[in-house]
Write a protein that binds this ligand. Structure first.
Ligand SMILES: Cc1ncc(C[n+]2csc(CCOP(=O)(O)OP(=O)(O)O)c2C)c(N)n1
Length: 343
């Protein structure tokens, strides 16, 4: 155990319990993702969007947010972050199976179109990109109201090419809106590699053009993401404006259950990606600082598997949405309004 590694999470202000909770949430997220993938293959869930490989990013930033106070406009691979902020395995499974009580959208939206009014997680759009200016709009409203909330806005490297994303970042920098942009760069937009997406080396290089700091972090290292996120969130909260964080990671699975990445990634490339699995990396760190053991892992796995199975069991038995409710919440008179009047 080296002195430097012992100190790293403590230096960041994280206790031993905090890092174990982060690890536990990453493991829970992965188990849920694994089960959803399997259920899709069994013909049960119609569409799975795997977060495999993005867990360190989602946990790293979620740990810097105040649940139900700060706003999250997430990337669709951020399942781990949602769980960290308080979304339950039951809510995830009910959403996955599009049941009537789905808190995200009553079973209307596709899977991984996250949303949770009580936790201030804003539902995302199917077209890639529009959620970014929507997030900046929330941040601008907070600024006008004089609130101390911040908005975390996540998106992928492919989405960063969209015009609405550029407009949003330009506006945010001009008006110093309290938000953080996080580009989760896994090197692909479905089958399109990042080299066909942009001519710059880092997406974060663009930040200078908007007039905001641009930071590149290793998105497979949860503590590194946490450190960068913490600084950016503090900056936004202090009224100093947005930060652009690019977190480089690996997409360990195909794009979605509708994709087969063997058509565009070699076996060697897929094998190399596995070496950057954020959960394995974090486990190694915890082991180095004496917070992990085989016994603890076995206990954790048994506990989490029971949670996941219970959530599946629960969700499978919930009623499907009624056809006559299809237009509910479509117009403003029936909208879900939070306690503070926000939609
Ligand atoms: C405007 C728009 N164009 C294309 C699509 C189809 N599409 C859905 S996800 C996706 C890839 C996005 O890639 P990226 O932003 O890098 O995120 P990743 O899936 O790699 O995490 C595409 C092209 C879409 N939903 N919306």
């Amino acid at each position: 155990m080296s002195v430097q590694t012992v100190l790293y999470h403590r230096q960041l202000g994280l206790s031993d319990d905090d890092v174990w909770h982060m690890y536990r949430t990453m493991r829970l997220s992965r188990l849920l993702d694994d089960r959803m993938w399997l259920m899709n293959r069994q013909g049960i869930g119609h569409f799975a969007v795997p977060g495999h490989g993005h867990e360190a990013i989602a946990i790293g930033y979620a740990a810097t947010l105040r649940p139900g106070h700060d706003w999250l406009v997430p990337h669709y691979r951020d399942l781990a972050g949602l769980i960290y902020l308080g979304v339950t395995p039951r809510e995830i499974m009910v959403h996955y199976l599009a049941k009537a009580e789905d808190v995200m959208s009553g079973g209307r939206q596709n899977f991984a179109h996250w949303g949770h009014p009580r936790l201030r997680i804003k539902t995302i759009s199917s077209p890639q990109g529009p959620h970014v200016p929507q997030g900046v709009g929330i941040a601008y409203a907070i600024k006008l109201h004089g609130g101390d909330e911040i908005v975390w806005i996540g998106f992928g490297d492919g989405t960063s090419s969209k015009g609405d994303v550029h407009e949003a970042m330009n506006f945010a920098a001009i008006h110093k809106t309290p938000c953080v942009f996080c580009c989760e760069n896994n090197g692909y937009a479905i089958s399109v590699p990042v080299s066909k997406q942009m001519a710059v080396e880092n997406v974060a290089d663009r930040a200078a053009g908007y007039g905001m700091p641009g930071i590149v972090v290793d998105g497979t290292n949860v503590l590194e993401v946490y450190a960068a996120a913490k600084e950016a969130v503090e900056r936004a909260r202090a009224g100093e404006g947005p930060t652009f964080i690019e977190a480089k990671c690996e997409r360990l699975y195909p794009h979605t259950s509708n994709d087969d990445d063997r058509h565009y990634r070699s076996p060697e490339e897929r094998e190399a990606a596995k070496q950057r699995d954020p959960i394995i990396r974090f486990r190694r760190y915890l082991q180095e600082v004496d917070l992990w053991s085989e016994e603890k892992e076995a206990e954790l796995e048994a506990e989490l598997l029971a949670l996941v199975e219970e959530a599946i069991e629960y969700a499978m038995q919930r009623p499907d949405p009624r056809p006559e409710d299809a237009a509910r919440h479509v117009y403003a008179d029936d909208a879900i309004v939070g306690p503070d009047g926000y939609l």
